[in-house]
Design a protein around this ligand. Structure first.
Ligand SMILES: Cc1cc2nc3c(=O)[nH]c(=O)nc-3n(C[C@H](O)[C@H](O)[C@H](O)COP(=O)(O)O)c2cc1C
Length: 123
């Protein structure tokens, strides 16, 4: 991101959990992650970084503020394009507890009628 000022945030479904951990336990410096983990690189529209075909969503982002990078390694990103992949049977996301254990998304509850202040998100 320091070099290109852009990235893709790829959101995997729970079916990819083991693969996600394995991908996070090696480095692109010595491993071709797309090849080794049989991921499909797809062309993004606004950034050079690839989308991951097997993910349920991909968000193309540009760095909009890098003032906190040197002190906190914190990049502020702006999303320029979002893709969702409804073809994937597994649509549940997973959430890392920080210690190698994960929570998997549960049931959906519909509270749209209570979203009185945010109609544009609902309609
Ligand atoms: C479950 C899991 C969660 C991780 N979370 C983070 C994180 O929040 N921030 C981070 O910098 N690295 C995190 N890592 C480590 C990176 O994934 C790891 O440094 C990365 O795979 C290195 O690859 P690269 O050298 O190709 O960038 C995590 C790894 C695992 C397995």
């Amino acid at each position: 991101m320091k070099e290109t000022n852009e990235c893709v945030i790829a959101i995997p479904g729970a079916d990819l959990a083991e693969k996600v951990v394995d991908i996070g336990n090696c480095s692109g410096e010595d491993t071709d992650k797309f090849g080794k983990f049989r991921l499909t690189a797809k062309e993004a529209r606004h950034v050079k970084a690839p989308l991951i075909g097997q993910c349920i969503a991909n968000i193309e982002c540009k760095v909009v503020d890098s003032r906190m990078v040197s002190q906190y390694n914190l990049f502020i990103l702006g999303a320029v394009k979002a893709w969702s992949n409804s073809d994937r049977k597994e649509q549940r996301t997973m959430h890392h507890h920080g210690d190698g254990t994960f929570k998997i998304d549960g049931r959906t509850i519909d509270l749209r009628e209570r979203m009185v202040k945010w109609r544009e998100l609902v309609d």
